[in-house]
Structures are given as C-alpha cells and as structure tokens.
Design a protein around this ligand. Structure first.
Ligand code: ADP
Ligand code: MG
Length: 691
C-alpha cells in the first residue's frame, strides 16, 4: 500500500502509513454478528440495538410536520418502519422499494407503532453471511466514514511490511522477568484481535480496555513514554548551566539574596524554606534546573521566585519572570521593584503594550545586561528580545503557556553552550507522582502550607433571586472599611455579551452603593487602563471592583475580603478556586458568595457543594481530575500525556512501574531496541519530549 492511494482525509488524521493505521485502534465495537427476524427484533430491540433485515416495501418522503424519510421493510415474519429526519438522496436510493437491506438500531414506540429512528443501514444480498467478528468503530474526525477507515485498516493489516513493523522485539527473558503472571498475547496478535475481536469476545473488557490484548498494547505504549522521559532526563544532565551556589558573601549577609531576606516583611514558612532549599540545590548544579513549583493560591510562590532570581543576580546573571497576563505580570513587576530596587537592582518591564520607543529602550537594556531582573508577558519570548546573560527563567502559571512558549534561552561562553535554569510555577495541584509521569523530565516541589494568620474563607452558595440581599450585605461590608470583588460570569460564546453583563452589573452596583466607589475592569480595557483601576483598588480608592475573569490569577489586595461570583454555576472547579484565592489574604474574616441561576445541572450542583465544603486545593483538584483528566489541568500540550493514546494513567497506574523497570533494562542492555521501540510508538511525537 502506498500513501498516495490513501484518502487525504485519512492522511490528515495522521493515518498515512500501514503502521499508523494498524495502531489506530477502535474506540468501541458494534455487534453485527447476530441477526434477528423482524418479529424478533420488534420484541428484543426495546432498549438495546438489534440487527434485522428485509425487503423495502415503502419509501416515502413526508413534509409534515417536517421533511423526513419513511421506509418500511418486511420479511416473512413482520414489517418495521424506519424513520430518517436527515437523509441524503443517496440513502433514499439505497432504500428504494424492492431493495434488500440490513438495519441495526433500537426499536421505539412511535405515533404509528414500532419504528427504528436512524438505524444504520447496509445493502445486502438476501442470504449475505453475517460477520464473525465484532465490527470496530474507529475514532474519526468529522466527515470520515467508518467504512473508509475500516477498509484502510484491513488493507494495512495485510500489508507485507506490517509483520516487520509489529514484530516482537522485546526480549523474551525480559518480558518473562517483568510479567511472570501476565498472560498477554504477542503484539501482533493483540493488535489483530483488537481490530477484529471474535463474536464471543469479552466485550466489557474490550470496552473498558482491560482485556489482555489492550494490556499488551498499553504496556508497549507506556514503555515508549517511559523511555523518552528517561532520555529527556539524561539529555538535561548532559547540558551545561551556570552553577549558582550560595556565595560566602551571602552567608555573611552581603549581596542581593541576603539583602532580600533582610527586607522581607515576613519569615518564610517551613514549606517555603523546604522548596527554596530544593531550588537552591538545583541552581547550584552545573546542568539546568527544570522544576515545577506547586502551591495553592496564596501559598507564597512569588517570594521563592524572587529568591531564585536574587541568587542568579548575585552571580552576575540576569533573571526573568514571565506571566500569562498583563495584570499578573504587572503585579510581579511592582512587587519585585518594591523588594529589589532598594537593593540597587535594575528591574525592567517588558510587555506587548509598551510604546515602541519604550520597548526599544527596554530591549536595549536587556541586551546590554543593564536590566538585571526582567518581568513581562509573552513579549519576553519574542525574537526581538535577546538577553545579555540569562541565568534563570521563571514562568508563572505555566500551564497557560504552550510548549513552545518557554524561556529556553541559551548562550555561548567560549565554546560552550549554557542553558538557563527554569522554574515553572502553578497553583493547580497535581499529585506529584502523576505530574512526574506526565511531564518530560520534571522535578516537582510543593508548598503545602499557607502563610500564618490566614483566615479560612467561608463560602456561601446563594440563589440569584436573592441578589438584593447580597447587595445590601455588600453595603454593610464596605461600611466596615473592607473591600470586595464582584466577579461577572465568563460567557464563552461571546466576549461582547460578557462585557455587556459586566457593564450592567457595574451600573446596578454603582447605583445601589452611592457611598462607595465602584470600579470596573475587563479584558477589553487597555493595559494602562487596567493597571490604573487595579492601582486604585489596591490604594482603596475603589472599594468594590467589578471584574470579569481577568482577575483570575495572582491579584493580591489583602484588604479585599469579600468576593461575589455571579453565575458561579458557569465556572469550573479550578476557576472558582483560583478566584476565591483572591480573598482571605488579610486579617479580616473572608467570605465568598457563589450566586447561581437555576436550573442547576447535577454536575454544577455537586461542584458548588464541593466548593462550599472545602477550600483545599488538592481535594478540589482531585474532583476536577476525575472529570477532566490530568492532561488538561497541566496543559495537555506540554505533557507526556500527549504521547499516550491507549493508556489512562489513572486507570492503568499499576502498569507504570512495570514499564519503568522495562525501560531501565532496555536502556541498559538493548540500546538498539530503544530506537525501534520509540519509532514505532511515538514516531514524530518523540521529538516533543526532548524539549
Ligand atoms: P501565590 O502562591 O498565590 O503566588 P503570593 O506569592 O502572591 O501567592 O503570596 C500571597 C501573599 O502572601 C502575598 O501577599 C505575600 O506577600 C504573602 N506571603 C508570602 N509568604 C509569606 C509568609 N511566609 N508569611 C506571610 N506572608 C507571606
Ligand atoms: Mg502567584
């Protein structure tokens, strides 16, 4: 089979070689191995799909109440009506009177008696043989028919080269040692079985992907993933990075790091001290750090980033901090200026919204090395920015960035290439082991303790019909000298609509709270405007801030201790958790009011209830995880998950250890097989993990 003969639609799905097709495994199966008479079908097919066949005796298009096609088939036992609400002329023809067709579907009671609505239809000769295997249903993008994929897969499995491609090359002794009790078929049989399971196969196990044939495939896939993780790990250790050890001067209280510790208005928590010592160890190595710092909202990640930056600067290297939004980046900038400028550090700001002239100046300062600590948005990774000597890159809320959006900056010193140390930060908690399996070679540190003095946030769930009460509560709240956020809902379908509701709430609240200043911040504002509103809120010139979700991450105003979230039912777990983390930062008791509109879906109800009961980021993440899968939480694009098609790291967790052991053995004793194995399972995707 040559690639030329494959339909371009398949090629677009990446199904462009026999191997790719062979590894395109079914999502589920249909049982077409049994055929019932029409009469049997009428009774059996009431809640399950059944297959029957007959001759078409009527084929009629009706126009009332709407255009539809009615077809009746009949065999010697009974007749059955088929109803199609959408149909093509070709289908009408396929089911012309006198045609012999085989149909599959559920029987329902319609207005005119029993019928099948939109059954699958196949033209057959009267005594056509039944398939002896289950019919695979393949994952497909829109517009590709199952028939086309099935045909292509069948052809691929018969391709003369496929034997070779699917050959067993994991050494027998290795398999035997690792899998003493597993009764797994050889790879090629497993693949063949999954494409064409016999009629009596354990369909449950196939569907749940726990069948030995699936296990075999999953093991191989996981093995490929583990090998590439280990490889990425080794490659990183072979790279060079500047080693930033604690200077003797610092120990004597001299230098930027020592200075920062002196000016900090608080003592590090135990958890902060622990992660800082992990990071401090990393950056003193001669290979680049690649560490993820996890800590719930408000756990104090910023100061850790600052300490790491200080260490780099003490060694005369630059440090950069990149954040996904202008607001967040700006907060970092202000904080860093506050901490570092008194220590004589030149802190620079670079964002897309700077005027061309200012941008040029900043870029020049970055290039000359005059700018020591650079804070900014994506603008930092644009080509026009070249760092004089970048030693450390911090990426806040890293899951918001794509895989290419890294600050992977290198520089030559003499003949040697130096990489910068990288620290990613996230408030999205992920079980550590999972994170480490997901990411390409990543170390993980966790801040699992909040700074002292934090008051727990009381969360209340309130119907939208009690809005007036909420507003009068707000009145007395603001009267106590405290500030509040009012968060307007995310409207994914329309930014204009989102803006409109925010404006409406803003007007209503301005009107209802004449003694207080109400501010509005949303995504359409220019960044200077946003910054001005945020600054006014911070200075308590604004008491109530109406905002769209632009305040989701990082905003830090301790005097704001009340948050109202409108249409909380439209937000996901993580979003509300992040939002809520904006309050509870000062000494006052904090409250978060989740207002919801009815009707409430079951999922939304459960979500709001969980959020009311707990503010533990790990509990919330776990709930979220079970809904969405870790890939999405971490930013699937940059995770090792992108390599896994058949493995579900939660369901198949027990396989991970086996795969790890096998990966170690292969890397130690069978390097020749490693390449072949990666090529088979990852193909072009292998590249990705080298990043
Ligand atoms: P996040 O982890 O969400 O980025 P921040 O770094 O913004 O959290 O810290 C939240 C708040 O807690 C800030 O006001 C910060 O100054 C304060 N903070 C951080 N560490 C401590 C500490 N050890 N003791 C007291 N306050 C702290
Ligand atoms: Mg933060």
């Amino acid at each position: 089979m040559t690639t030329k003969r494959l339909p371009t639609t398949l090629q677009k799905m990446g199904l462009d070689t026999p191997l790719a097709l062979a590894l395109h495994l079914p999502a589920r199966y249909e049982d077409e191995t049994e055929l019932y008479t029409v009469k049997e079908a009428l009774t059996r097919g009431r809640s399950i799909s059944v297959q029957t066949q007959g001759v078409v005796i009527r084929n009629q298009v009706l126009f009332r109440p709407r255009r539809q096609l009615l077809v009746t088939i009949e065999d010697e036992t009974a007749s059955l009506q088929l109803r199609f609400l959408n149909f093509y002329p070709s289908q009408q023809k396929q089911m012309a009177v006198g045609a012999h067709i085989r149909v599959r579907g559920e029987v329902r009671e319609g207005f005119q008696g029993a019928e099948m609505v939109h059954p699958t239809v196949r033209s057959v000769v009267p005594d056509a043989a039944l398939p002896t295997s289950l019919t695979p249903v393949y994952p497909a993008s829109a517009g590709i028919s199952q028939t086309v994929i099935r045909k292509a897969v069948k052809q691929a499995l018969r391709d003369p080269g496929i034997q070779e491609h699917l050959a067993e090359f994991l050494p027998k002794p290795l398999m035997a040692a690792l899998l003493p009790t597993q009764d797994w078929p050889p790879l090629q049989s497993a693949i063949a079985y999954l494409h064409e399971p016999p009629a009596d196969a354990d369909t449950q196990a196939l569907l749940e992907r726990t069948h030995p044939a699936w296990r075999r495939v999953q093991f191989e896939e996981l093995l490929a993933q583990q090998i590439s993780l280990k490889r990425a790990h080794r490659i990183r250790r072979e790279r060079r990075a500047p080693s930033f050890q604690v200077l003797t001067a610092a120990n004597n209280g001299v230098g930027i790091e020592a200075g920062l510790i002196k000016v900090l208005p608080f003592k590090l928590t135990g958890a902060q001290q622990r992660v800082w010592s992990e990071i401090s160890d990393d950056v003193s190595q001669t290979f680049p750090m690649n560490r993820l710092l996890q800590g719930d909202v408000g756990s104090g990640k910023t100061v850790i980033a600052a300490l790491a930056a200080a260490r780099a600067m003490d060694h005369s290297y630059q440090a950069a901090i990149m954040a996904p939004t202008e607001i967040l980046a700006e907060q970092h900038y202000l904080k860093m200026k506050e901490w570092f400028e008194p220590l004589g550090v030149n802190v620079a700001w670079l964002s897309g919204s700077l005027k061309a002239k200012e941008k040029k100046l900043t870029q020049a300062a970055i290039e000359s090395g005059q700018a020591q600590l650079i804070i900014g948005t994506h603008a930092l990774i644009q080509e026009s920015v070249s760092f004089a000597k970048l030693g450390l890159a911090v990426i806040d809320e890293q899951h918001r960035f794509g895989v290419k959006q890294r600050l992977e900056i290198t520089q030559r010193v003499g003949s040697e290439l130096f990489y910068c140390h990288q620290l990613m930060m996230t408030a999205t908690p992920i079980p550590r082991t999972l994170a480490m399996t997901y990411y390409a070679d990543l170390d993980v540190s966790v801040i699992d303790e909040l700074p002292p003095g934090r008051k727990p946030i009381a969360t209340k769930v309130v119907k939208a019909s009690r809005r007036d009460e909420v507003i009068s509560g707000l009145h007395s709240w603001l009267g106590k000298g405290l500030q509040a956020y009012w968060v307007c809902p995310l409207i994914e379908e329309s930014e204009a609509l989102q803006l409109q509701t925010a404006m409406e709430s803003f007007e209503q609240l301005t009107h209802a709270l004449p003694n207080f200043k109400v501010g509005l911040v949303h995504g359409r504002l220019k960044s200077e405007e946003k910054a001005a509103v945020m600054a006014a809120f911070k200075a308590n010139e604004i008491q109530l801030l109406v905002a769209t979700t632009v305040i989701e991450v990082g905003v830090d105003v301790p005097n704001a201790a009340l948050m109202v979230i409108e249409h909380a039912e439209r937000f996901g777990y993580a979003q509300i958790h992040q939002l809520r983390g904006r309050v509870g930062r000062g000494s006052a008791d904090s409250v978060c009011i989740l207002m919801y509109a009815e009707p409430l879906s079951l999922a939304a109800k459960e979500r709001l209830q969980t959020l009311r009961e707990t503010s533990d980021g790990f509990v919330i993440a776990e709930r979220d995880l079970s809904l969405r899968g870790p890939g999405e939480l971490l930013g699937a694009k940059q995770s090792g998950d992108a390599m896994l098609r058949f493995v579900d790291l939660q369901r198949d967790a027990w396989l991970i250890e086996l795969a790890q052991q096998a990966a170690d053995r292969l890397l130690a004793d069978h390097l020749d097989l490693v390449e072949r194995h990666l090529e088979r399972w990852l193909g072009s995707r292998a590249e990705f993990l080298k990043a």
